[in-house]
Design a protein around this ligand. Sequence first.
Ligand code: HEC
Ligand code: HEC
Ligand code: HEC
Length: 175
Amino acid sequence: MFKRLSLIIVVLAVSSAVFSAARQDKPSSAQAPPPARQIPGITTGDAFPRGCVDCHTNHPELKLDARISSLMKGWNERVEPALLAKAQATAPSGVTLKGKHPVAAFALKNIPTGCLTCHSKKSTLAPPFAQMLHMIHLTGGEKNHFLSVYQGECTHCHKLNPSTGLWSLPTAPEP
Ligand code: HEC
Ligand code: HEC
Ligand code: HEC
């Protein structure tokens, strides 16, 4: 353990020495840092200001209806095994999910706040939303379209208020 740690320290020390040597060789113009990373809503525009409902839309040309209401209709009948596995991993302890979603039309009028009434941090029946949604959107690597198509950006869901520094989750009905 300690051996490995000291090896890491040596590697870091050597590489930082190499990097600083390389830096000194370059003319000063090469020292300019790269431009700021494009972070939606922070350093570049926000294509999904209302969060969930702005991204989960119908794409008839792709035969892909990603509206939350349409997904929910599906879960009322049957939940795909991959989704069920992620949800089960975040379910309150002792709860075995049935693989069928209760009818919850009221929640569709206010997404995700309506969902959070059942999926709260303290729920004893349903997976808490933070855990479940992070599992759904942020795990699985390249195969996950939220990571590969939308770059896994936190700020597609979490919005920063630049005047106060506070984060919030926008909530809205489906259009
Ligand atoms: C910028 C786009 C985007 C935003 C914003 C977004 N999602 Fe998603 N969501 C996706 C993508 C892409 C997937 C598919 C992930 C995959 O490939 O496994 C997904 C998957 C899901 C699934 C699983 C669907 C299934 O049938 O497997 C649920 C549930 C979900 N999102 C709910 C939400 C909720 C609720 C919010 C808001 C808190 C939200 N999403 C915000 C893009 C988004
Ligand atoms: C009336 C309470 C209630 C509301 C409101 C609710 N849920 Fe659920 N949700 C549950 C329960 C209970 C489960 C566990 C179902 C099971 O046993 O499979 C669940 C499970 C899920 C799952 C995992 C798949 C499944 O059905 O097991 C997803 C995804 C989900 N909810 C998304 C949502 C979204 C998105 C909203 C808001 C539009 C929402 N839920 C609103 C109670 C609710
Ligand atoms: C698909 C939407 C979505 C994305 C993307 C997302 N979050 Fe969240 N996050 C949520 C929701 C929903 C909650 C729960 C809010 C609540 O319970 O009131 C949450 C809550 C949190 C919390 C509060 C602590 C907790 O776990 O309850 C933290 C911290 C957090 N998110 C960090 C992140 C980070 C870091 C990223 C990017 C790597 C990220 N989130 C991306 C939807 C998202």
